[in-house]
Design a protein around this ligand. Sequence first.
Ligand code: URA
Length: 192
Amino acid sequence: MRTSWKELIDEINGCEKCRLCEKRTRVVPGEGNPNADLMFIGEGPGRDEDEQGRPFVGVSGQLLDRMIHAIGMERTEVYIANVVKCRPPMNRNPEPDEAAACLPYLRSQFVLVSPKVIVLLGKVACRYVLGEEAPISRMRGHWIERKGIWFMPTYHPSALLREPAKKREAWEDFKMVRDKLAEVGGIGKVQE
Ligand code: URA
């Protein structure tokens, strides 16, 4: 477990623990407020993220930014990371051994950021972070508390782009996140 950001980010950037390092352009460690109350976890970098070395900068990232705004927050106030830090070829889901190799980095990020609330974007994040296999349509909208951290599963932004009808449910989830942050003393603002 890495205890300083510099040590951790250097290690992630040089990582060769799984095959995903072979095809990457850039590593995408994560970014945002290192003391955020709210953290978002996606599954892994896509093409834009792989080119820029930053999480959620493509079209699904733009939607995520709008949703963060809609709960009265800025992207710079939250921390954003992924289950795997290198792009899976053709944007396939990470394999279990790839996720297992990478998850210690995410655990170190949890420890360093120490968020109060974590939003899990999609089924892959739920599976690897919580070990939950239920469909995301069933898990979303329900809080899961582990070791004092509140986890909210919701749809991945790319699923919302494919199926805009799901945006209404995702907005309900984001409002629950905003209200939970206010309840636990985070920086979410109570506004409709
Ligand atoms: N999808 C993800 O899961 N993560 C990103 O960083 C971008 C797209």
